[in-house]
Write a protein that binds this ligand. Structure first.
Ligand code: AMP
Length: 188
């Protein structure tokens, strides 16, 4: 699931995972849990999370790859927030080849920058996460444009990209996400 911060990828990934009874693996949630626990990963990640920067690739890859192999063995997963840049995507593709984990589809939830900014500011006003502050929000959106957005072309080129309008009401987005996967999910 690729989308700018605030586009609803966590919500949609969660619904999809429940629908197919598979794991929802969120790199952001895993990182926040590591910070909370004060683990080694958490200590290395904290400053980046707070600043709205990407956590270094080696930390993220070390944290997530084993979980993906385990989730794949357990029947599959919806991945939210990872990969976040081209080096991560290449590392994931390499690991997937070795472990024979297949990326079936990449969903690009399209939401305009103005709309995600508005949603994140609303979330901040409602007492959101530590990285929901105006300056950090703008920085996270810049990081998305510079580092994550190029993955859309990368996955389009690999023939796995599905694009969904993420500005609709949440149930309509969920329905379109399911529709976009119909060739993978319908029997026969
Ligand atoms: P998210 O919950 O996906 O919005 O992620 C929150 C924060 O966690 C991001 O702003 C980054 O600091 C960090 N993060 C999450 N996923 C990754 C990733 N794949 N690579 C690097 N940093 C990440």
């Amino acid at each position: 699931m690729i989308a700018p911060p605030g586009a609803g990828k966590g919500t949609q990934a969660d619904r999809l995972a429940k629908r197919f009874d598979i794991d929802h693996v969120s790199s952001g949630e895993l990182l926040r849990a590591e910070v909370e626990q004060g683990s080694d990963f958490g200590l290395q990640a904290r400053q980046y999370l707070d600043a709205g920067d990407l956590v270094p690739d080696d930390v993220v890859l070390a944290m997530i790859m084993n979980r993906l192999v385990a989730a794949d063995d357990a029947g599959g997963f919806v991945l939210d927030g990872f990969p976040r840049n081209l080096p991560q995507a290449q590392a994931a593709a390499e690991a997937a080849r070795e472990d024979q984990v297949r990326v079936q589809a990449v969903i690009n939830l399209e939401v305009s920058t103005e709309e995600v900014r508005r949603r994140l500011l609303d979330r901040a006003a409602a007492g959101g996460r530590s990285d929901d502050q105006e300056a950090t929000i703008d920085h996270r959106l810049e990081v998305y444009d510079a580092q994550t957005q190029p993955l859309i072309e990368y996955y389009r080129g690999r023939g796995v990209l599905r694009t969904v309008d993420g500005e609709q009401p949440v149930d309509d987005v969920a329905a379109d996400v399911l529709d976009s996967l119909i060739d993978l999910t319908s029997p026969g």
